[in-house]
Design a protein around this ligand. Structure first.
Ligand SMILES: NC(=O)c1ccc[n+]([C@@H]2O[C@H](COP(=O)([O-])OP(=O)(O)OC[C@H]3O[C@@H](n4cnc5c(N)ncnc54)[C@H](OP(=O)(O)O)[C@@H]3O)[C@@H](O)[C@H]2O)c1
Length: 363
């Protein structure tokens, strides 16, 4: 019986995680739940699972400190996931990580601390879970493998893949209409700009200890192949499943085992085709921007993540145009000072600088 603490229990990932636990009552128990404001729903879940409930801005860190768990699922939004992730590592508790901004902003710091404490960071994001599953081939582990030549992240391409070239008049409603996945608003807008895929490059860089130069993105609109690993001997392994976040969540919970679940399975014969194409970095400049920030290193990617959060909020509030999102983020990354990514203080300072620049930015 694995005791799981769920941070962000009322969100899209948290809700799927609760469902995974419901399906496997003799394998998993929810030890605690943390949310920010949705107290009513959290308390209903707390009653259902017999788990303590933590609410408020610091709920996640308190929950980690006060709950005995074997695994912490971090699925809050943005940098709010960082302090509880570090707290779980400090307690020596393994982390199932959905909140990609933690690795985007502070991957170097998080991985250094996890390694020092012998704590595992297990991927939840579907692409990273796919890579993680492919890495189970052989017994060389999943970080810094010498027999891996490339990681290949698939991208659905979002709602504007084949839209007319000028995206400046895209509305929030259009950006929130993802063709394949039902997710929270921030990650849905990030998917449409491909900033999300850029973040996933950084997430993969740190989770698997592979330099960004060896991480490729390929557009795959059917979202059936969730990602691939190219090995040094010329073999490429892929993971395929229907687009259902309960699959990677459950794998993070059950790893290294696989548990049965009555879910829709892939029917390969009914798929007419699986298509792949190179991403258009001119229409979606976010990918290039993220790789440049990664190469600059230090806290530049923390600035990037913070500025993007503000930019998406400003777009959803009607303050800036869709195409301003990446322009704003690029300007913030360029203007912010770079600090070493070796302390929570530096990450928070970079985050604050990114937010300030993003709030003040005008087209
Ligand atoms: N959704 C997906 O399919 C998906 C896939 C891959 C990765 N991810 C990543 O997973 C993370 C969560 O995404 P989501 O779509 O589940 O987001 P979401 O639906 O917006 O849910 C966020 C959850 O986090 C809670 N929360 C926010 N700030 C908090 C804080 N300071 N302390 C405690 N709880 C807090 C919210 O509580 P309240 O309800 O009380 O506000 C809510 O339960 C994101 O980083 C996203 O990029 C999501």
């Amino acid at each position: 019986m694995k005791r799981i603490l769920i941070l962000g229990a009322t969100g899209s990932i948290g809700t799927s995680a609760c469902d995974v636990v419901r399906t496997h009552p003799s394998d998993f128990r929810i030890a605690g739940l943390a949310v920010r404001s949705n107290r009513e729903k959290a308390e209903a879940l707390g009653r259902e699972f017999g788990a303590p409930v933590f609410c408020g801005e610091n709920a996640a860190v308190r929950a980690v400190a006060e709950t005995d768990a074997d695994l912490v699922l971090v699925s809050t939004v943005g940098l709010s996931g960082l302090a509880p992730t570090l707290a779980a590592i400090e307690r020596g508790v393994d982390v199932a990580l959905a909140t990609k901004e933690v690795m985007v902003a502070a991957g170097e710091l998080v991985c250094a601390r996890a390694e020092a404490k012998g704590v595992k960071i297990l991927p939840v994001d579907s692409e990273h879970s796919a890579i993680f599953q492919c890495m189970q081939a052989g017994d060389a582990g999943w970080r810094g493998r010498r027999d891996v030549s490339k990681l290949i992240l698939t991208a659905s391409g979002g709602p504007f893949l084949d839209a007319p070239a000028d995206l400046s008049s895209v509305t929030p409603e259009q950006a929130l209409n993802h063709p394949r996945w039902k997710m929270g608003p921030k990650v849905t807008v990030d998917s449409s700009t491909m900033m999300n895929k850029g973040f996933e490059i950084l997430e993969a860089r740190w989770l698997f200890d592979v330099p960004v130069e060896r991480i490729d993105v390929v557009v795959h609109p059917e979202s059936v192949v969730h990602s691939l690993v190219e090995f040094a001997d010329g073999a490429t392994l892929a993971q395929l499943s229907p687009p259902d976040m309960r699959v990677p969540i459950q794998y993070a919970f059950s790893w290294p085992e696989r548990l049965p679940a009555e879910r829709a399975q892939l029917n390969l014969a009914s798929l007419s085709s699986l298509t792949f194409r190179a991403p258009d970095e001119t229409r979606f400049p976010a990918l290039r921007l993220v790789k440049e920030a990664a190469r600059a290193g230090g806290t530049k990617t923390a600035v990037l993540s913070a500025a993007d959060e503000v930019a998406v909020a400003r777009f959803l509030a009607g303050e800036i145009r869709y195409t301003d999102i990446v322009r704003l983020v690029a300007a913030a990354v360029d203007a912010a000072p770079d600090l070493p990514c070796d302390s929570l203080e530096n990450i928070l300072a970079a985050d604050a600088a990114g937010r300030k620049l993003a709030k003040e930015w005008n087209s």
